[in-house]
Design a protein around this ligand. Structure first.
Ligand code: TXA
Ligand code: MG
Length: 400
């Protein structure tokens, strides 16, 4: 892995870009073959390289789209045509977009009719508000009335990226977007194609995950086509999502950040910037502060259960309780102990790396769901880093 720092010289007269573009975060690296020159990189990156002004006009980050899916599908619903996608969004149509977390079902956030169609196509209850995606600090200033100091710190550190901030909304944000709440959820995605689209369309884009309500989130264009095909006007193909679980949602209580949904940005990373934060995703009483955090969510159709033991050998307690059933297993890494008798096994990593596991989590659950099983068993993830977001998805998927 080679970290790249690219200064102003990568922008040509033909392809003007904002002045301060630099690749700065250690996490954002890309593989470059030895001997691969900057001019070659430039040719590959532009025009798909994402330009992003930072929310408060300070640093700017470039994520390199090497490895992104550049092919054009023969299916006209799936495309890589960003200009066409922008045109459709301006006309009030729906476009599924790739982000680094999961695919979103995008609509112009300022167009109530388009937003209403998002709810309709997803079959999403109107009490569950949408995240608004931006690529530009100027839109942030138009959409919210206040940005607490901790929110600024977090945005500076992690935007563009898998972080959603819930902030007091301005009058231009339709109530439909926030389900009548006085706050709006805002995110600046880091996927280069999403940023390019947001820059091209120059509108805030409301985008929930592009799946029917309550079902598994999509991490490829094909996943979207399989479940929402008819309801969406275009699916912008940005390849498989690199993070694979939804963004971390953060709200503010008198300026103090609290996690409303664990997601692709870990609590540990957040705490390094703003100190200890509370996690409020499951309030002991009263309605959840993030109305979409329902006990049942992210669910495959096949019943799913978590289990500490995957001993399905003849005679084991688990074996007896599942007698005669076709059972599939989802686990983080190859297990040394007694696993046998499963119809299908999905092992997410070779070494327990939680980032790798997150990136393949939803796709693996989809494969198990399509395998004609009676039951899926999953071993819980370590409760740290991205494991928290994965366990949250697992527990909601299990709830019936
Ligand atoms: O990574 C992601 O966040 C993806 C991509 C497409 O950006 N989007 C996504 O959207 O996961 P969705 O709609 O599936 O989940 C949005 C979550 C819900 O739990 C919702 O309740 C919460 O964000 N949310 C949205 N607006 C909110 C608000 N105003 N106050 C509190 N929670 C809010
Ligand atoms: Mg969702």
């Amino acid at each position: 892995m080679t970290a790249l720092s690219i200064g102003d010289n990568r922008w040509s007269k033909k392809n003007p870009a904002p002045p301060a573009v630099r690749h700065s975060r250690p996490g954002w690296r890309c593989s470059v073959r030895p001997g691969f020159g900057l001019s070659q990189l430039r040719r590959i990156l532009w025009p798909r390289a994402a330009r992003s002004r930072c929310p408060f006009g300070i640093a700017t980050v470039l994520e390199l789209p090497l490895g992104a899916n550049a092919s054009v599908s023969t299916d006209s619903l799936i495309s890589t045509d960003v200009a066409r996608a922008a045109e459709l969004l301006r006309e009030g149509r729906l476009v599924a977009i790739a982000t680094e977390t999961v695919y979103g079902l995008g609509a112009n956030a300022l167009d109530e009719r388009a937003v209403a169609r998002v709810f309709e196509v997803k079959n999403r209850p109107h009490f569950d508000p949408l995240i608004v995606h931006i690529a530009d600090g100027q839109w942030l200033a138009r959409l919210v009335t206040d940005v607490p100091a901790a929110a600024r710190q977090l945005a500076d550190a992690f935007w563009p990226g898998p972080l959603t901030l819930v902030l007091p909304k301005s009058n231009i944000v339709p109530d439909l977007v926030t389900s009548g709440l006085p706050r709006v959820a805002i995110r600046m995605p880091s996927h280069p194609q999403a940023l390019e689209l947001l820059w091209t369309v120059d509108l805030p884009i409301a985008a929930p995950s592009a799946n029917p309500f309550g079902q598994l989130s999509p991490t490829t264009a094909e996943h979207v086509a399989a479940t929402l095909g008819d309801g969406v006007d275009l699916i912008l193909d940005g390849g498989p999502c690199s993070i694979g679980v939804e963004s971390t949602v953060i709200g503010f209580d008198d300026g103090a950040p609290c996690i409303l949904r664990q997601g692709g940005l870990t609590q540990e990373e957040i705490e390094q910037v703003v100190g200890p934060v509370q996690s409020r995703q499951n309030p002991a009483s009263g309605p959840p502060e993030s109305p979409g955090m329902l006990p049942q969510h992210y669910a495959p159709r096949t019943p799913l259960t978590t289990t500490e033991s995957a001993d399905l050998t003849a005679g084991s307690a688990l074996h007896q309780s599942l007698a005669g059933q076709r059972v599939g297993l989802l686990l983080l890494e190859p297990a040394h102990s007694l696993i046998s008798g499963f119809e299908a096994i999905e092992v997410l990593t070779t070494d327990g790396n939680l980032r790798e596991a997150a990136a393949s989590f939803f796709a693996a659950l989809r494969r198990l769901d399509a395998a004609g099983l009676d039951q899926i068993l999953a071993l819980p993830f370590p409760d740290e880093g991205l494991g928290r977001a994965l366990n949250d998805r697992l527990h909601r998927a299990c709830h019936r």
